[in-house]
Design a protein around this ligand. Structure first.
Ligand SMILES: [Zn+2]
Length: 202
């Protein structure tokens, strides 16, 4: 599968299942290409290495399917949370947020993994896996506090669409995603720190 165009300067390589590899987002600004997640499959690595522009990479979280190619791609700069950099062994830490041109990379609370980062660009926020539950004791669980914080943060973003890694259409209307998260959050019960995820969630 090849690149899919979202706007004139934003496109993405869709996720794959075997091997498991995340979507890879490319945002081109003149002589720079911002890359969000690097995937784990050959196609993603080859596509990234084929870019002649200056390459600025941001990785959403440390899971292999999003980060493994960091070891075999050429880039100019790489940014990720400190938890992710423990796995990539390369790059600079995003401790809160970093602003590049009109792109913002920021750390977000997430039940899915420690040290999740999203990027915001124009009408879009690319979420990686941060809206998904985490795995604990064989269950897909949201942490109530983190989910509440994440919903608040996403509600505060002035965007129209969210990019949801691994999901079929990748780009979803903001309200579709927020409704899904609010439905999860509504399942919370007093005194319980976790909610079992409903519906599909990676
Ligand atoms: Zn993940």
């Amino acid at each position: 599968m090849g690149l899919i165009e979202i706007t004139k300067n934003i496109s993405y390589l869709p996720a794959s299942e075997d091997p498991l590899s995340s979507d890879v987002v490319f945002i081109t600004k003149e002589n720079k290409t911002y890359i969000f997640d690097v995937g784990a499959n050959d196609e993603a690595a080859e596509m990234i290495n084929g870019i002649a522009n200056e390459k600025i990479v941001v990785i959403s979280h440390f899971h292999e399917d999003h980060a493994a190619n960091a070891e075999r791609i050429k880039f100019d700069e790489l940014y990720a949370s400190k938890e992710t950099i423990k796995h990539t062994h390369t790059g600079s830490v995003i401790s809160d947020k970093i602003v590049f041109d009109d792109i913002i990379a920021l750390t977000v609370p997430s039940s899915h993994a420690k040290g999740c980062v999203i990027i915001v660009c124009g009408d879009f926020a690319f979420l990686g896996d941060c809206a998904y539950a985490g795995f604990k004791h064989g269950k897909r669980l949201y942490n109530v506090y983190q989910l509440g914080q994440l919903i608040k943060l996403l509600e505060g973003l002035d965007v129209k669409y969210f990019g949801m890694s691994h999901y079929k259409n990748f780009i979803y209307e903001r309200e579709t995603v927020l409704t899904m998260l609010r439905e999860q959050y509504a399942k919370r019960t007093a005194g319980c720190d976790f909610i079992e995820a409903i519906g599909r969630s990676r």
